[in-house]
Every structure is written in structure tokens, then in C-alpha cells.
Design a protein around this ligand. Sequence first.
Ligand code: B12
Ligand code: SF4
Length: 530
Amino acid sequence: MKILFVTRVVEYIDPMNIELMSALARRVGHATYLSILAQDDLEADVRRIKPDIVAFSTLTGEVSHYLKAAAVVKQVSQNIITVMGGPHCTFFPEVIEEKNIDYVGSGECDDAWPNLLTALNTKKDVDSILNIFTKDNWAGKWKAAGENRRNHLAGRTTNLDGLPFFDRELVYNHTPLGEFPMLSFMASRGCPFECTYCFEPKFNKIYSKKGPIFNRYSVERLCEEIKEAVTRWPKQFVKFYDDMFFVNKDVKKDLWLQEFAEVYPREVGLPFFCLTRCNVLTEEHLQLLKPAGLHSLTMSIEAGNEYIRSHVIKRHMTEEEIRHAFYLCKKYNIVTFANSIFGIPVKPEIMAEQGKTAIDYDIESLDINIDCKVTFAEFGTAYPYPGCELSEYVVENGWFDQNDFDKLHISYAAESPLNCFSPKEKMMQNNLALLSTVCVAFPSLRNLTVKILIKLPLAKLYFLLYYLTKGYLNVFKVYPMKFTFWNLLRNMARSFRLEWKKRAPGQRLYKKPNISSSPTNQMLGGSSKI
Ligand code: B12
Ligand code: SF4
């Protein structure tokens, strides 16, 4: 069969979801194609390729784009089968009720996806395939009878080594990503922590007693795949995008990490980036990983305020642990990257008790990033994704209308979707998010920013400052890669468009306006009502 994958946009990280799904499909004998909404004409691609199946992998904020895309596919031919999977479907399999979606893959579909393809190809029963929701099995069992949907989930994939190598060719032949000198990969799946804004704790609940919470490729298999990729495409840097590259505070007990530190430099030898948490990192980790090629490390701070960290988002780490982790990185000359979340709502009575406004909490987050001397600090907005504890908290408090996914922008670099902030506060949050990255790099701008700049409607200027700071830090510090002059210019122009789009979706900065235009009315610098 011919399978056309549709994705919204390809940026600088490998779309590993599509690359894996394509590899799994090819392994069972199907041909795969790619259409990218931000650059291609989907309708023309569908008419030219004549796919049997069109497949989407969706995050929550982008689901409405894919539903519009599915409508375009069905307009061309009702016979084309549409399948949707990805994190949104894991938490919200109800998407099967959409008229233009024929099948939904929920949870890990490493087996379900090829099983579905085989069943469709051989016209066998699909309703009983675990992880796959159909119109019939949904209406007959889960919706009508209310049977526990978890019964329809297979266990978690235990043997990651058994997965095929990602089909990077599908993406690299179609986008500039193959020439971009960074390769992304995940050495593991899962995370045992319980942050309330993240999908992992919910995922762990859904999969309770159905397989390992944290699981890794073997070091040998991991290095084999990276080696194969870097011999085919010119890469200078590896970004390990695991939620947690290591979870064990005690390095001696992490035999995998020790083996990695020995084998990776010998077999791959490229500098790398990875992620962990401040309360996991120890000096021994850096002593082990620095000689192995560790160049930059993400440890998210998320909130400077202790109450928010412990009670609202459950990060469960002290300020001292945060400061110490960043101090260690400075000591070992490791470049640091930290995310923080603005616009995390606190109940009015607690705010009154603490004598703080909503913006005070955000400024506290800026300040801890400055104190920790984070190399590159990025500030997003709190977004309630389905199933996460944070979402229940904002819905219970009446700050967000449950199931209103259209309010969730494609990126949390946009305005807060919560109604507990005034338009003025939302404008200040947006301004501060842009300027904080600049302030952490140039701390002398902090006072001017929080006292004056934050209140001015100059978001476009702030975006430019943010973009230049981020661009400089990314290219020269976090991911140090060599570009030819023209390549650098090309990448700058492209990344400028992508960054802008994340904040001002209505703007026509892409090559051609298409069906991926925004479902929301959020604009750079806040809503137009200000
Ligand atoms: C890499 C990554 C990114 C990359 C690339 C994203 C991309 N489009 O590929 C970048 C940096 C761009 C990114 C950005 C964002 N991300 Co992100 N990202 C991830 C991360 C770490 C890994 C995703 C991945 O590739 N996994 C590997 C693949 C193989 O696994 P998978 O996607 O889960 O796929 C499995 C199943 O879902 C299913 N499946 C997937 N696709 C399909 C398709 C079909 C047809 C079928 C049948 C099954 C199926 O089978 C797969 C194999 O088991 C995840 C966290 C995580 N642990 O997964 C967050 C995650 C996906 N991101 C998330 C979010 C919120 C974002 C942002 C909104 C954040 C922001 N900065 O604004 C943006 C939005 C970007 C966008 N809209 O495109 C959330 C999504 C929550 C949700 N409910 O949708 C996650 C889950 C993080 C989290 N902890 O909550 N992200
Ligand atoms: S540590 Fe990271 S991946 Fe793990 S639950 Fe928290 S936010 Fe999610």
C-alpha cells in the first residue's frame, strides 16, 4: 500500500514520530511518502501520489490543523483511509468521533501500526487490534458501554532494540534537515517523575503495570543507529532528546550510562546535548559525561517560586538543588539551557497570602535563571494539555474550558489560554517571555525590563531582540556547529520565519498561506483588545 504521512512543519529536530512510523510501515512492505503542510500543497500531493492511507501524528495544539487536512484528503477521495496517532490520541482517543478520521492509534503503536496496515491490506478484522480505535469498536464498547479503554492497550514496548532504524531519508529528501548539521535521537523512553504539566505521569498511569516506566536502547544498538545516520548525512552534533537522559542520582548504579560513556566517544565521537533534572545531576555525572562529549545540558527550572514548584507543578526540587546543579555545570564548563514556564496560575487566596501578583511569580522565575547564570534560558506559557494534572487544576478553578483544544496554540510560546489573567497581564507575560531570554544573557537589562519595558506594547521589537539573542546562543554556545556563510544566512531566514509563526500564527510568513493557518486568534504581544 501507499502511505502518505502528513506533518505540519519540519523544523530543526527530526520528526521522530514520522520517521519511526514510516520505518515500521516500510519494514512490512509498504511505500511511504511525506507532505508538509507548511511547505507543500496537500491536495496536489494526494492527487499525484494517490495514497491508500493518509497518516497523521498529532500533538494536542495542532490537532485542528490535521482535522482540516483530513477533510481535504476526504474531499479528494472518500476511499482514502485516514489514520491518526500521536500524544493527543493517547490522551484523547475521542478524536475517532471526527467524521474524517477512520482509525485512531492510541498509546505506543510500535506493534499496532504494522498490525493495522497488515489487516487493512489483507481485509482482516481491525476492531480487535489493541491500541487501535475504530468507529465500530468505539461506539460498540468504549463509548456506549463505558468499558475501560485501558483494556484495549497492549503493554509498553519492552525491546527498543527490536525497532527499525528511523526512516530519516523520507524527511531528509524532502526538507533542508538532512543538510542541517545536527542529528536528533532518543536513547530512551519514559520518565518516572510527576510534573503536573507534562504527559509522562499520566502516561505512566495509563500504562500502570503494563511495562517499564523507563526503558533504553542498548548502547550498542544506539551507537549503531547514530553511526549509520552520520555516515549517510553530514552531522556535527547529536541532540539526545530523551525526556531524561539519565534518571539515577547514583552514577555507580547506572551501568548503562557508564557503558555509554565508554562506547559512544569511540564509536560516534560527536559532541552531544542531553536533558536531565537539577535534583538528579551530580558531580560524578559530569566527570563521566564531559570526557564522553557532553557539551550542553538542559535542566528545566520551570518556576522560581517554591510554592508553585512544589504544589502546583510538583517539580519536587529545592532552590538549593537548582543552584548547585547550575554551579556544577559552570565548574565543568558545560553549557546550560533551562526552560521556565510563565503564567502558572495560583489561587487568589494564596497570592494574597504571599502578597504577589501573577507577574511577580514570573519575575521570580527570571531572577533565578539570572542567579544560576543559565547560558540560554527560554520562557514559555503554561498550557493545559488533556489528561495532565495541571489541566484538572485549571478546569476545576474555572480558568479553562475543558476540551477547548482550539484555544491551545501550536506552541506554548504564545499567549496564555487561561481566563484568570487580564489582557494586560497576558501582554506583560508575553513581553517578559521574550525579554527574559535577553536579560539572562545580559543581566544588566533586568531592572529596566521589569520596571518599564514589560509594560510597553513593543512586542515586535522584543521579538527581534529575543530572536537575535537566541540565535547567537544556539549557534555559538548550545549547539556549536560550523556553517558556511550562505548556509548560516539561509538558516537564519528560515528560523526567523518559524519563530515568528510560533507567536503570530495569523501572519503570512510562510511561503504560501495554506490550511495550516491558525485556529486561534492569538497575536504576537497579546490579544488585539489591548
Ligand atoms: C521531540 C519532541 C519535540 C520536538 C519535535 C516534535 C515533533 N513534531 O516531532 C519539538 C522540539 C519541535 C517539540 C515541540 C513541541 N512539543 Co514536543 N516533544 C518531543 C518529545 C520529547 C519526543 C517526541 C517524539 O518524537 N517521540 C518519539 C516517537 C516515536 O514517539 P511518539 O511521538 O510518542 O509516538 C508513539 C505514539 O504516540 C504512536 N504514534 C505517534 N504517531 C503516530 C501516528 C500514527 C498514524 C499512529 C497509528 C501512531 C502514532 O506510536 C509511536 C510509537 O510508539 C515529546 C515527549 C515524549 N517523550 O514523547 C514531546 C511532546 C510530544 N511535546 C509536547 C509539546 C507540548 C510540545 C510543544 C507544544 C511545546 C512548545 N515548545 O511549544 C511544541 C509543539 C511543536 C509542534 N506542534 O510541532 C508534548 C505533547 C503533549 C500533547 N498532549 O500533545 C510532549 C508529549 C511533551 C510532554 N512531556 O508533555 N517537541
Ligand atoms: S521530569 Fe520532565 S519528562 Fe519527567 S515528568 Fe517532569 S517534565 Fe515530564
